[in-house]
Design a protein around this ligand. Structure first.
Ligand code: PDD
Length: 287
């Protein structure tokens, strides 16, 4: 695999960073994951804008402009064999000579790392039966709107669902749905799609936006408002949304069936709209 590291393209085996890198020591950095369909990045501008916001929030200058990020992505996509991919971008506050939580003074160059890997989305069999999830209290920090590298809470939360044989951990904070360990969560109640509002408590998902745009475009009733734990548990449908999972129905929550225990009709419809939209945007030149 070819990776990008600080301006160079090189085989992964040859990529070297300092163990003093603040990404390694503190998780002091940000990242993005951009899905690529038929070798074309999907919603790249939105992902890069979110990375710009994450960088600004941690007071780290964006090392590349949008065009330069786009060139890095395009080069990595060209090096990878798969048609559908996920491009990973990461920036850390660099490697300082001494370990100190405070920003390095004088500043050191950031570490910029990127790679592309095959995108593995849910199989038709998984989409047909849906997945199981568990719920846990959301004990993360108050800036879940930032896509930062400090992910140990998400790692532990995700592992809880792995240990329970489930696909995702859905978090509740103060009695309300927040999001999944690496996804946003939406519910359907009485034919209306309900999504928790964007706030400091959830990542503003690019897929979340696409799904709500599709709902609006197709006249599906939708509401953006807090979802209580009781509403989550009695929802007709629960969906996971993310760049790598797209739209994935949850059919069991904490060992109880969601709705009828099978993927619901609104979710099936949204998955079809999502796939159509992808084809329209990404595969237009092929037709
Ligand atoms: N995760 N919430 C969290 C905590 C996430 O980590 C993600 C994405 C999302 C969905 O965002 P988007 O629709 O923009 O992908 C929500 C990525 C895929 C990851 O960490 O690998």
């Amino acid at each position: 695999m070819t990776v990008y590291l600080n301006g160079d393209y090189l085989p992964l085996e040859e990529a070297r960073i300092s163990p003093m890198d603040r990404g390694f020591l503190f998780g002091d950095g940000v990242y993005e994951v951009i899905p690529v369909y038929s070798r074309r990045p999907f919603r790249q501008a939105e992902h890069l804008a979110r990375m710009g916001r994450s960088l600004a929030a941690i007071q780290l200058a964006n090392p590349l402009d949008e065009a330069a990020w786009g060139q890095v992505a395009q080069r990595l996509i060209g090096e990878e064999a798969a048609e559908d991919q996920a491009v990973y971008l990461q920036v850390t506050r660099g490697a300082a000579p001494i370990r100190d939580q405070a920003f390095p003074q004088p500043p050191v160059p950031p570490t910029v790392f990127a790679f592309a890997a095959p995108l593995v989305t849910s199989s038709p069999a998984v989409l047909a039966r849906g997945v199981s999830a568990i719920t846990t209290p959301d004990y993360r920090w108050q800036r879940c709107d930032l896509k930062v590298l400090s992910l140990v809470a998400n790692v532990l939360l995700r592992q809880q669902s792995v240990d329970a044989g489930c696909a995702e951990t859905i978090m509740l904070r103060d009695g309300f749905l927040s999001e999944g360990s690496s996804s946003n969560i939406m519910v359907v109640r009485n034919g209306t799609l309900v999504a928790p509002p964007k706030s400091h408590l959830i990542l503003p998902g690019v897929t979340y936006d696409v799904v709500l745009e599709l709902a609006a475009a197709h006249g599906l009733p939708h509401d953006i408002r807090p979802v209580s734990e009781a509403e989550l548990r009695s929802a007709d449908e629960v969906w996971i949304t993310s760049s790598t999972k797209e739209v994935l129905p949850v059919t069991r929550l904490d060992d109880q069936p969601v709705g009828a225990g099978v993927p619901g009709p609104v979710g099936q419809q949204m998955i079809a709209w999502y796939q159509d939209f992808k084809r329209q945007i990404m595969r237009h030149a092929d037709r």
